[in-house]
Design a protein around this ligand. Structure first.
Ligand SMILES: C[S@@+](CC[C@H](N)C(=O)[O-])C[C@H]1O[C@@H](n2cnc3c(N)ncnc32)[C@H](O)[C@@H]1O
Length: 217
């Protein structure tokens, strides 16, 4: 069993093999950067189980948790900090960014999973991801449930993800030869923010993982 799954079982978070089993996927992406991660944010704290797992897995990271309704109080000697707020409110997400101040190496959205929350949180927080970092939308299956605001005619988190595939392809503006050279040729100033900065999108069962590119500034 991979190290992250072992720690998930220790703290009994539903990200581990007992429930969603996201940890083998996360281990694949995060293990190579485990020691370099400095700032990690998870939206959705509940009882703090996953935050404690992340603290043990990332030995040099400050672990930030954001939630509107958690009673979890971290050990004062830990590297975990809690910020209270509603991910469905732009002003709360702005306060979160102002409080953290630094770029975030990894952001995981495991909050309310409503469409408007996931979409607003992505747009507000993806720009704060550091080059080479990741933004993850968890429980993507809620995009198929009316209980989470996935109603006909309304954008879902899966729709957002599919639309962003167009941005990774530079909306078809670059199609010949080496993509980097082509971007230089068309000029990075003509690219949208997401065209410039989403390097890749990885889809797994119930997870969308966006990686941040650091060039083209
Ligand atoms: C699935 S639980 C998080 C579980 C935790 N990440 C873990 O793996 O151990 C979801 C959490 O999201 C929080 N939440 C729900 N809606 C929210 C919102 N609009 N803003 C902030 N937090 C929210 C809930 O209070 C709850 O604690």
């Amino acid at each position: 069993m991979n190290r992250l799954s072992e720690i998930a079982l220790k703290y009994d978070t539903d990200k581990g093999p007992n429930c969603h089993n996201y940890t083998p996927v996360y281990h694949q992406y995060f293990y190579p950067i485990r020691n370099e991660v400095r700032n990690f944010l998870e939206i959705g704290v509940l009882n703090g189980a996953s935050l404690q797992m992340w603290e043990e897995y990332f030995p040099n990271a400050r672990i930030w948790g954001f939630d509107w309704n958690t009673t979890f109080v971290p050990d004062p000697n830990s590297r975990i900090s809690i910020i209270h707020g509603d991910q469905g409110k732009k002003e709360d997400l702005e306060r979160l960014k102002a409080e953290i101040k630094e770029p975030l190496d990894i952001i995981i959205d495991d909050g309310g999973h409503h469409m408007h929350q996931q979409i607003l949180t992505f747009h507000e927080l993806f720009p704060t991801v550091s080059p080479g970092g990741y933004f993850v939308i968890e429980d993507l299956h809620t995009s198929y449930s009316t209980a989470y605001g996935a109603i006909p005619g309304k954008l879902t988190a899966v729709d957002l993800t599919k639309n962003l595939i167009d941005e990774v392809q530079l909306n078809g503006r670059s199609f010949i030869g080496d993509p980097i050279k082509s971007i230089e040729e068309i000029g990075s100033g003509t690219l949208s923010f997401y065209e410039k900065f989403i390097d890749s999108i990885h889809i797994h069962k119930s997870l969308a993982i966006f990686s941040r590119r650091g060039v083209y500034e």
